[in-house]
Design a protein around this ligand. Sequence first.
Ligand SMILES: Cc1cc2nc3c(=O)[nH]c(=O)nc-3n(C[C@H](O)[C@H](O)[C@H](O)COP(=O)(O)OP(=O)(O)OC[C@H]3O[C@@H](n4cnc5c(N)ncnc54)[C@H](O)[C@@H]3O)c2cc1C
Ligand code: SF4
Length: 1015
Amino acid sequence: MASMEAELIANIQGEVRFDYGSKALYATDASNYRQVPLGVVLPKTEEDIINTVAICRKYHSPLLCRGGGTSLTGSCCNVAVVMDMTKYYNRVLKIDKEKKTVTVQPGIVLDEMRKATKREANLTFGPDPATHSHCAIGGMLGNDSCGIHSVMAQFYGYGARTADNTQSLTILTYDCIKMKVGPTSDEEFKKIIKEGGRKAEIYQQLKDLTDKHADKIREKFPSIPRRVSGYNLPSLLPEQGFNVASAIVGSEGTCVVILEAEMKLMPEPPARSLLVLGYSDIYAAGHGCPGIMKHQPIGLEGFDDLLIQYMKNKGLNVDDIPLLPKGGGWLLVEFDGKDKTESDKKCKTLMEELKKGDNPPNMSLFDDPEQEEKLWEIRESGLGATAFVPDLPDMWTGWEDSAVPPDRVGDYLKDLRDLFSKYGYKPSLYGHFGQGCIHCRVAFDMVTEPGIEKYKKFTIEASHLVVRYGGSLSGEHGDGQSRGSLLEIMYGEEIMKAFHEFKTIWDPQWLMNPGKVIDSYGQLADLRLGPGYNPPAPKTHFHYMDDDDKGTFARATLRCVGVGNCRQHEGGTMCPSYMVTREEKDSTRGRAHLLFEMLNGNVIKDGWNDEYVKESLDLCLACKGCKGDCPVNVDIATLKSEFLSHYYEKNRRPASAFAFGWIYWWSRLASIIPGIVNFVTHAPILRNILKSSVGVTQKRSIPSFAQQTFRNWFGNQQKRNTDKPKVILWVDTWNNFFKPETLVAALEVLEVAGFQVIISQRVICCGRPLYDFGMLDKAKEMLLQILDTLRDEIRAGTPVVGLEPSCVSVFRDEMCDLIKGNEDAKRLKKQTFTLAEFLEKKAPDFKIPQLKRNAIVQGHCHHKAIMKMKSEENLLKKLGLDYQVLDSGCCGMAGYFGYLKGDKYEVSVKAGERVLLPAVRGADKKTLVISDGYSCREQIEQMTDREGMHIAQVLQMALHENGKSENSAEAFPERKYVDNMKLHSTKLTAKRTLAIVSVLAVVTFGCLLFNRKKK
Ligand SMILES: Cc1cc2nc3c(=O)[nH]c(=O)nc-3n(C[C@H](O)[C@H](O)[C@H](O)COP(=O)(O)OP(=O)(O)OC[C@H]3O[C@@H](n4cnc5c(N)ncnc54)[C@H](O)[C@@H]3O)c2cc1C
Ligand code: SF4
């Protein structure tokens, strides 16, 4: 192995990774299977791929190509050299407007390809898997993928499947023969044969195979839009033009490596309309499909009431569910048109027809694109809704995409449901009903022998059922390992022989993704869990009680089902580090898989001390984007602090951990002599020494302490509104010591809104910075101190308003999980609000002042993930602002993260430069930049000429300007509110000054010494 690795390193420009960490990272996909690869190669060029294949051949090594790794059948994990094409081999090579084709390298993500074709030719690619934002074209070709708009591709393009939409492929065989394949005319065939060589040999053998089995192929392959199981032998029939490219599509990397793909494009619909139909149940919805398909929609999807129930149980899309018309089973029907009038008209024609029938469904035609998006979101949340439902057993893939003729969907759904009931399973059913493809995740017991046997028995019976319907085991995900051994039920002995011959023609040594599709390793082999699954249960700080009381660290690491949404390149918050580095190990999925492997202990053997796991978590910004955006809410930020708390039991923390983790205590100290501290942290040389002693990059400036803390200032104020309801203003470390103006603004707003504002008697802190360094004992101690300090008010039900989203999220998220079963913690969680939430819920009569200005809004990641931005947006609307919430994800600063030198600073800047910082720089100078997060405001302040305003300051501005528009012409409107709040400075005594200077000197010296020792 070492020599193969060395030879690969010597011969390719890309990356070669045979370390244990990379092997652990690529050991699974989105399936129930797990196989540890031999090593991983990230090729940069075609030559790299050719050299990799040649070297694998020399060492007789199995080879597996990988795209986004979102396969659900085990087709994308193997004991092989894995070639991950996505990092480098991902370019658009050519867009041919005339021919309506695009030629790409296989590592390109579908949405990236569609973005390019839309931009350059207003053309799109029909089949769009739900994973479109991160699946690769190579993977779609491997699986013969389909999607919601496969119906559009069927009616207005070239056919439902990726195979139907492939013009030609450039491929490489395991014996390193490169060739371009596609449909082959008789003349071309003759020419190839005449030229001789390996290509001629392959073509002749394919021809012989087709001739030999032609009748059986015609008989056994069902003629349905979504026949995806098995190799595409019908494409080789003469009536299908001996299409070798199409025959290769769906071979799941078991035959050849795809080097380049020429894909067929179709026009992008100029307008779309969405009609939602509510039927009495899912079967009635299924029966409605054939009639609707006669109207040739561009999408026809269905789902049942169980899916809605699961969503409600999980609190998913709950605000959008009422948009659905009444019913127990729903269809989403999408029509296109040259304009909205035409697409609406198509909907109305269908509605008229349905009204005339017996038992017409309830119908809602949607006009508002925002509402349409929410309804699609309900359908697309299928996986999120059906995995890890509270109080139900875990549900897995395994029988998730069977397909039948579309006109038999209603009956099939009934029979499938009956079969599930016979086995005691009760999955929700949803999917691409217009093309007869039914999705579900099932509560298969994957950890006991009897449970696994039952799963197998079920799939055998289900295979017979789907075959009786003239359907296919798979309608879009392929066969891989989960269905390979069931294929014979569908195809019979002769076709299985033909598949065997097909594979042998391409890969005589059987080393391309062996054990998948054909001669499978077995449905029950290589299971990720399996009967031996009994993970260790280490003692942890958090209790991981998200859904129910079953929470353990092991269960939390299992939550990631491999969907890969964290690998998308833009949109949403998750995952900022992956968006910047495009490394699996920097994605939510990669980190969750590594933690799973760490507990497993088979590849990662160092447990909590493991350096690879530590490295992978190192670039996690702890933004909680994953908790909010991931369909199964994987929370890497929490897992990271747990890991670090154990890692640092045996390893020494860096100086930065004490500098930032203990910021609350440093700030208290510094607030005695802020002027001197600011001098030291900003004076040339001194500041440089200080920064390098605590690992801060010289490219950042250290924020200045306020001349007076909010607490001190508040202490000098007269009590007001003493007869009004009380509210506790949470005096957080950041705003208190650095930006007290924010708290002053909130105080003013809350008092105008009719409240008596109080603050805690003691100086307390939620401890958020401690989480970043795994200082969880201390964090817990601080939470208990808070509960102790505020006990009476908490029990009296006094609400708490927090301005800093990361502090509010401690109370709303971490606190109850860290101190399990504490009733005061539960109360505090319920009565803590952001300012916008508080005004909405507790001050409905407060007349929100008007502010006629434009604004851009940067939502803090914790705000988006935990509290959500709805109340904030409602408030912005009520203010009358013309605003835009940026789809900018994480600002990149993320507390301490953006200050640290090296790759953290680089990632921080790149994350900020993705959307936020260009948007701020590009905004008109009169536009408000609204941003509640202290870190986000720091990032904006340090990287642009603008300063962000907290919503409290925006409300304050509105109160001061109420309705007047003359000020809206000023540039930099924030300066009056952010900069010019003159707070009186505290008096410095000589004694205090001397004491603090000495402390600072000792600390700096200590840090320098500490770092030197570490080196
Ligand atoms: C939540 C969820 C929803 C899904 N929804 C859909 C859906 O709507 N429709 C659908 O069709 N699928 C769906 N899938 C399955 C999967 O996402 C798709 O099939 C997707 O197209 C696979 O792309 P990938 O890049 O992740 O492929 P991978 O998993 O990386 O690879 C898939 C196969 O292609 C092979 N392959 C990859 N690159 C090459 C190459 N260059 N040469 C040869 N072989 C190659 C691999 O070896 C593997 O066998 C879903 C999966 C999940 C988890
Ligand atoms: S917390 Fe943020 S950076 Fe960390 S894995 Fe989750 S999404 Fe990525």
